[in-house]
Design a protein around this ligand. Structure first.
Ligand SMILES: Cc1ncc(COP(=O)(O)O)c(C=O)c1O
Length: 360
């Protein structure tokens, strides 16, 4: 059992690590680490959590996840910048959110030590494959899906939990992004599953993403489903606007994912002397404020994108609003402060960084 008490490290996993060659071209989420963590839930119990070689799965065509989308996931990073680490950033937050998503999607909760030891084991054993430039990382993807086989629409009683990991470069290649306000389609509605990290939320966002790309934008900004007036978030990141020394962000509702980066930025910003306002943000007011310069910056934040300035906001009727400080001096200051904590190049006044031992 060794250091990760709840994970069995199989000899096949060690062999897979020893014979693995990291591809040269990594980009984001494409190259996969040679091992994964696996466990199955059946008859009310989880079997032993194991580290095994990364491999394909065999599924019955009637596996419920394929038909009824009973599936959840998380995303977090392991850091080994300039051979400093490996570190994780607030993994308990991901574990808690995973089990909140599980509860909303009528799925079994995963034991806390299985989740956390699994994340730590894959990071420690794969630390030699973590790219070392600032902004690069091991992107870690815990996920779970329904494995009961039958076409009846009812909650599955069997689940598979896996953790895979991808040695990755930064998510966005350029320094800032263009964001299109989505005035028609909606991502999440009250009473729905917007606050859960479940695949259907992302599937629902893809058509708008294609439309936005075709118009030259990188991302979509979602509005609330009822009034289509209030800003919610982007498809995989939360939203902030900068007003002088104040940061404004949409207050959490059941249609917004409670981002760990969002939460951390709010604490960090206060620590750096900035004011925070969590509020209902009308998109019409924001766009007016961008035009007048009252809002000088806006940025996207999330585990994958860290903090990325928004240089342009566009609307469905073709209006374009350029941010005065397109390269985001406040955003970049926060990004640096956050990365210093995550990558171990600065103090960690909040105790967010978890230091692991490199293994293998
Ligand atoms: C819809 C959505 N919003 C926000 C975020 C940012 O969350 P976090 O900062 O925890 O990565 C994510 C990414 O996980 C997301 O998928």
């Amino acid at each position: 059992m060794g250091q990760f008490k709840s994970i069995k490290i199989t000899p096949e996993a060690i062999e897979a690590i020893n014979s693995f060659q990291l591809p040269e071209d990594l980009s984001f989420g494409k190259a996969m680490a040679p091992v994964m963590i696996e466990s199955n839930y059946d008859n009310g119990v989880w079997e032993e959590f194991r580290m095994v070689p990364y491999q394909q799965l065999t599924l019955d065509p009637t596996c419920k996840a394929l038909h009824y989308a009973q599936e959840i996931f998380e995303g977090l990073k392991g850091y080994f910048t300039h051979s400093n680490g490996p570190f994780l950033f607030r993994p308990e937050e991901n574990m808690r959110r995973f089990n909140l998503s599980a509860a909303r999607m009528a799925m079994a909760e995963v034991p806390e030590d299985g989740f956390l030891d699994g994340v730590e084991a894959i990071t420690s054993y794969c630390s030699q494959f973590i790219p070392v430039s600032s902004g690069d990382s091991l992107y870690i993807r815990p996920f779970m899906f329904a494995t009961e086989n039958s076409l009846g629409i009812k909650p599955s009683e069997k689940f598979k939990f896996l953790i895979v990991a991808s040695p990755s470069q930064a998510y966005f290649k350029s320094g800032s992004v263009k964001v299109l306000v989505e005035n028609d389609a909606v991502r999440a509605c009250p009473g729905g599953v917007g606050h859960a990290k479940t695949g259907g939320n992302y599937a629902a966002s893809l058509l708008s993403m294609i439309n936005a790309k075709n118009k030259g934008y990188d991302q979509v900004l979602w509005l609330d489903a009822v009034t289509k007036e209030n800003i919610e978030e982007m498809s995989g990141m939360n939203f902030f606007a900068v007003y002088g020394e104040k940061l404004k962000t949409p207050k959490l509702t059941e249609t917004i994912l409670n981002g760990i980066t969002r939460k951390s930025i709010m604490e960090l910003a206060k620590h750096l002397g900035l004011e925070i306002e969590e509020t209902t943000m009308k998109v019409s007011e924001l766009l007016e404020d961008v035009k007048s310069g009252a809002c000088s910056e806006a940025f996207a934040c999330g585990t994958a994108v860290i903090i990325t300035p928004i240089d342009t906001l566009g609307t469905g009727n073709g209006d374009i609003y350029k941010l005065q400080h397109a390269q985001g001096p406040v955003a970049m200051k926060l990004r640096e402060a956050l990365l210093n904590i995550q990558e171990g190049t600065g103090d960690d006044p909040f105790g967010w960084r978890k230091t692991l031992k490199p293994l293998s």
